[in-house]
Write a protein that binds this ligand. Structure first.
Ligand SMILES: Nc1ncnc2c1ncn2[C@@H]1O[C@H](COP(=O)(O)OP(=O)(O)OP(=O)(O)O)[C@@H](O)[C@H]1O
Length: 808
């Protein structure tokens, strides 16, 4: 393997990094820094897949049969249906694949590189050999690289080695692509990218292992199979019936096949993929990036939203509001409170050689306070060189550093008052404890700072840090509650701080107290959990799930990854979130704020509603066709519909209106009703009965129209053909949610087009021959319109019961 740092062809180790032009030419030469994945399939492959679909194979058989018996008109209709179905299917598949690919690009990992002497955040896929990679806590190493500078760097290599304790890395050590930086910072020269790096073995281990398809899609598949069996059984009955009536084998078989094809809602998978992909796109516009479609759908069923505090419920802009020292002049080895807070601190100062990808806002606030107090932080850090660090540990809630100036050495520690006053200091300091309590009760985050020179720790003082609640937080909490989603705050902060913030935003009442993780895990219930250690977050999510909740959880740090993975929907913050959190999450909030989450919930529920509505429509239509073909021959006319007519109705009513129904606007109560239980059946007994009722009703009115038509000298078959199309399109319009038509012009447009096509089928002579139809009399037209209206009326009534048809 070439050493990119030294090789004359890859001279990238200069501190200024590569120039943009060199980087561009290397990207061109070496290719993108990602593992070649199965790219979106070729158009021809998609077409072939469509044609090899079972339903298509059945149709091809029917076409073959009609050709064999020289039944050219039916053959032509079947071929037309095959062609049109393939085009529709391909277009839908390509469209949803495109939206998914666009989302994948938006949520792709990013890396910081030094280019043209400035740090730049770029997509990891554009990192090239010789790039100077800057890494810090929470980053995923973008490529195999050699460290040229490391500051207290620890890397979690468990995905490579299985070893869960982070490994310390120093100058000259190798960093493997895909491993995760736990703490510290470093600069490294990229050696290998793309498939030549170790990324390939790792990409998979980072993300959730997700079952193929979303839960709803899997339910749809099961339902689809059941319907197919039912349709096949009905087809056998129809074939038998026709044979018994002496219609000949070929006619009976083709009729049966057409019925089976029409009765199975074969466009369901396509409609569901489109509905979810559209929802994902609209969510992205609202600032919520879904990393896979299952998340879009699951969002609609979320019952608990576990949120962290800082930056999510609060502004995330910290500032020091107060300081307290036990004695005004206290200093350890010459280092006082604010100097210590700036030294025992990893936020950058003005002349820091190492860029940091994520400065902790708390540490930035401390550096700012020191600067405001007249301390030259850069000079201070040069004078007191850091020689050791025990990085901030969220479980211990403190960090510690060792500094040397000439022959003097000082150890500094900062952290939560409990950690510093309680376990670092040898003696407790009641005055400090009382002060910390007072500040925390007022909603501040309190940091205690201590120093040691002579083997004894001395308290240097306390710092109060404020971070105002977001102005939108209270409204958001109310909105989530209205939508049946319970917000729960899970924070590492002190109980008193958590309580103050939580009551300020209306999460808990004034008398309510936050729970500890242990209390919650032991069975207590509450909306605020405080002093939660990162490793407890995962258990808390698990406990909520055990209590039957579907949990969405926000997080941003390296330590949050296990909880994000455990949650049904892990939500990472786009700006403040670490790369690990983002790559583990299911959703990324680009603006770090919760308001966009509520729009996302709306989209998730809307997509699920639309699917249910389409299912109601498609299955009732299928039932109507079956009833007509079984009852019709006995009561009305020997062949109520020809094979071509059945297929044409199927194509007209399922194709474009199906896609249109997938993009209906959200119903009015979408955010004020409780979430749907994920285990809810798509078509439970009640909904199934309604669908059956609607289907039978459609069949009844159509057969009636045919019968009256025939009695008045018309053609029963042509009347049933037109009446059934009108009835199905009437139901499509009737099931629409009660919003203005302009919200989804696609539906009226597709219904209009279909009406035109069916009218042409009974008026235009070439189509008359093709569909074996006859022109209708005025009376018959009236009957057909009547059938359409009667079907729509029942459809509308069923829509009033929101649960059956995907909401009002
Ligand atoms: N950089 C730091 N150095 C020392 N102590 C810190 C630092 N950051 C936080 N602490 C202490 O550790 C405690 C827990 O902080 P942590 O950042 O782990 O909480 P969190 O769960 O991320 O909080 P939130 O829910 O508010 O985002 C804080 O209350 C504070 O006392």
């Amino acid at each position: 393997m070439a050493d990119a740092g030294r090789s004359p062809t890859v001279p990238g180790s200069a501190p200024t990094g590569l120039s943009s032009s060199v980087a561009a030419s290397r990207l061109e030469r070496d290719g993108r820094n990602d593992v070649p994945t199965v790219r979106s399939s070729h158009l021809l492959t998609t077409v072939r897949r469509q044609l090899l679909d079972t339903i298509m194979l059945v149709l091809l058989t029917a076409a073959g049969l009609t050709a064999l018996t020289a039944d050219w008109t039916d053959c032509a209709v079947i071929v037309a249906v095959i062609v049109l179905n393939t085009i529709l299917g391909t277009v839908q598949e390509v469209r949803s694949a495109r939206s998914i690919a666009a989302l994948a690009d938006l949520t792709a990992p990013q890396a910081t590189v030094i280019r043209d002497a400035v740090p730049r955040l770029i997509p990891s896929s554009q990192v090239v050999r010789g790039d100077l990679l800057a890494v810090s806590g929470g980053d995923i190493v973008a490529a195999d690289a050699t460290l040229s500078l490391a500051q207290f760097l620890r890397v979690d290599e468990s995905m490579l080695t299985g070893e869960s304790i982070p490994v310390e890395k120093t100058d000259g050590d190798r960093l493997a692509a895909g491993t995760v930086v736990s703490t510290g910072r470093g600069l490294a020269v990229v050696q290998e990218t793309g498939a030549r790096s170790s990324i390939g073995s790792i990409a998979a281990s980072l993300s959730k292992i997700r079952p193929a398809g979303t839960p709803l899609q899997r339910q749809l598949a099961t339902l689809g199979h059941r319907l197919a069996v039912a349709a096949a059984a009905a087809a056998v009955v129809v074939a038998g019936l026709n044979l018994a009536m002496g219609h000949g084998l070929e006619t009976s078989v083709v009729l049966a096949i057409s019925l089976a094809v029409a009765a199975i809602p074969e466009s369901l998978p396509a409609v569901s993929a489109i509905a979810l992909a559209l929802a994902a796109r609209r969510m992205a516009e609202a600032g919520v990036l879904a990393r896979h479609l299952a998340a879009v759908e699951a969002l609609g069923s979320v019952t608990v939203l576990a949120v962290d505090k800082t930056g999510t419920l609060t502004e995330g802009r910290m500032s020091v509001s107060d300081t307290w020292a036990p004695d005004i002049s206290v200093a350890v080895g010459g280092v006082d409170l604010l100097s210590a807070a700036a030294l025992c601190n990893n936020a950058r100062n003005a002349d820091d050689p190492l860029p940091s990808t994520h400065d902790d806002p708390l540490e930035v606030a401390l550096v700012d306070a020191a600067t405001a107090a007249g301390i030259d932080v850069a000079a201070l850090r040069r004078r007191w060189v850091r020689v050791g660090e025990i990085p901030f540990d969220a479980a211990a809630t403190r960090m510690q550093t060792t500094h040397r100036s000439g022959n003097r050495q000082v150890e500094l520690c900062k952290g939560s008052p409990e950690a510093v006053l309680g376990s670092v200091l040898d003696e407790s300091d009641p005055a400090a404890g009382a002060m910390a309590e007072r500040w925390a009760a007022a909603g501040s985050r309190v940091i205690a700072v201590a120093g040691r020179t002579d083997g004894r720790w001395h308290l240097l003082g306390l710092v109060a840090i404020t971070d105002a609640p977001r102005s939108t937080a209270r409204g958001m909490i109310e909105q989530f509650r209205r939508a049946g989603i319970r917000p729960v705050m899970v924070t590492g902060d002190h109980q008193a701080t958590a309580q103050a913030i939580a009551s300020a935003i209306g999460l808990i009442g004034p008398g309510d107290h936050p729970l500890s993780a242990a209390e919650f895990l032991a069975g207590a219930d509450g909306s605020v959990l405080a002093r939660v250690r990162p490793e407890e977050k995962r258990a808390i999510v698990g406990e909520l799930q055990r209590r039957g909740q579907l949990v969405a959880m926000t997080g941003d740090g390296v330590n949050d990854a296990p909880a994000l993975r455990q949650a049904d929907i892990g939500v990472a913050m786009g700006r403040r979130g670490s790369e690990v959190a983002k790559q583990t999450a299911d959703l990324i909030l680009t603006d770090d704020g919760l308001p966009s989450m509520i729009s996302a919930v709306r989209e998730g529920r809307r997509a699920a509603d639309n699917l249910r509505r389409f299912l109601h429509y498609a299955v009732s239509g299928g039932i109507a066709e079956i009833v007509i073909m079984i009852i019709g021959p006995v009561l009305v006319v020997p062949v109520p519909l020809s094979a071509g007519q059945i297929l044409w109705i199927n194509l007209l009513t399922h194709g474009l209106p199906g896609v249109a129904m997938g993009s209906e606007p959200a119903v009015a109560d979408v955010l004020t009703r409780p979430p749907r239980t994920p285990t809810d059946q798509l078509l439970d007994r009640r909904a199934g009965l309604r669908v059956a009722l609607l289907g039978t009703w459609i069949a009844t009115v159509c057969l009636l129209a045919g019968r009256i038509g025939a009695a008045t000298g018309g053609s029963a078959q042509s009347t049933i053909f037109v009446a059934l199309t009108f009835a199905q399109l009437g139901v499509a319009v009737a099931l629409r949610p009660g919003r203005a038509i302009r919200h989804n012009p696609l539906l009226p447009a597709s219904v209009g087009l279909n009406l035109l096509l069916v009218v042409l089928a009974v008026t235009w002579s070439p189509l008359l021959a093709l569909f074996h139809t006859r022109p209708l009399t005025y009376g018959e037209w009236l009957l057909c319109v009547g059938a359409g209206v009667l079907a729509a009326v029942v459809g509308r009534r069923q829509r009033q019961d929101s649960s059956a048809v995907g909401g009002r």
